[in-house]
Design a protein around this ligand. Sequence first.
Ligand SMILES: Cc1cc2ncn([C@H]3O[C@H](COP(=O)(O)O)[C@@H](O)[C@H]3O)c2cc1C
Ligand SMILES: O=C(O)c1cccnc1
Length: 334
Amino acid sequence: MQPDFSSFDALARSLTDLPALDLAAAEAAQARQAELTKPPGSLGRLEELAIFMAGWQGTSRPRIERAQALVFAGNHGICARGVNPFPQEVTAAMVANFKAGGAAINQLCAVAGAEMTVVPLDLDRPTADFTEGPAMTEDECLAAIQRGAEAVDPGASIVLLGEMGIGNSTVAAALAHACLGGEAEDWVGRGTGADPQVLARKVAVVQSGVSHHSRVRPLERLAAVGGREQAAIAGAVLAARARRIPVMLDGFICTAAALPLWSHEPELFGHCLVAHRSAEPGHARMLEAIGKRPILDLGMALGEGSGAAVALSVLRHALAAHDGMATFAEAGIG
Ligand SMILES: Cc1cc2ncn([C@H]3O[C@H](COP(=O)(O)O)[C@@H](O)[C@H]3O)c2cc1C
Ligand SMILES: O=C(O)c1cccnc1
């Protein structure tokens, strides 16, 4: 069943019978791993990744024919509170840079073999300041969720998700605080280089915003303290799930965007890999809370989907070994 974006209630109802992993395909891939010409387990995480891909693609020999990278961009009313070192205009300027091929994500996607699409979401209409009221109306938020869902190519073998939105490390911290509890300080980090004054403002804003919206239900947290690019990421995660397409989430901000789905139903995260552990300190805590082990830990803290693109190369290695290696029987060994 496809997700229903007509209201949060309809959306919640439509998420009850999304497809699960194909256990038979995952077991067949696991059996194949045991027959390949290597000591059992010697490819470590690469073996797990191949089995994961087999389960979600529903075949014992998963392939990446088409890797789609989606970078959603949005602007945030919370920037009025002085939580971001860079001005908000950088969001649109970076969108132009993505389109011209000059950003980090362009270079990383080119090497990893991903087709990148940037989806700007009403950049000239920032969300509202979430310390004063909801960042978005229900309709605005659902429209962004739907834009994200519709951006997913049904023919993609995997979808990489990323974001661009000045101020969104504060939005991500608010989503994490709302979904995972703890203290605001647990989730706030330096983002693009906040100094101690900016950092203190980020903590205060996250504290006040989350307490202001403490009664909203999980999916509605996207509207309360989220942003359009976070809502679009959540929509893309759901659309991919409906088609059993595996997803690679990037770092701190991208993982935070999917947390309202996790709070609603942890199973909604089953088809998602987390590409890397961001240098943003809240990310390690977040990954522990949701039980996800990142593929890489490179001290990156960029966003844009940059970690997802690098982790795609690891995934390609995993599948190349899984698909191309000879079995002991084929090689006449043992
Ligand atoms: C030139 C530039 C390129 C970026 N690419 C991603 N981000 C990252 O930084 C932003 C979040 O950090 P904060 O909350 O501190 O504004 C997001 O746009 C994120 O994707 C960038 C930031 C800048 C300045
Ligand atoms: O890990 C991230 O997603 C991140 C961290 C800091 C700034 N932008 C993105």
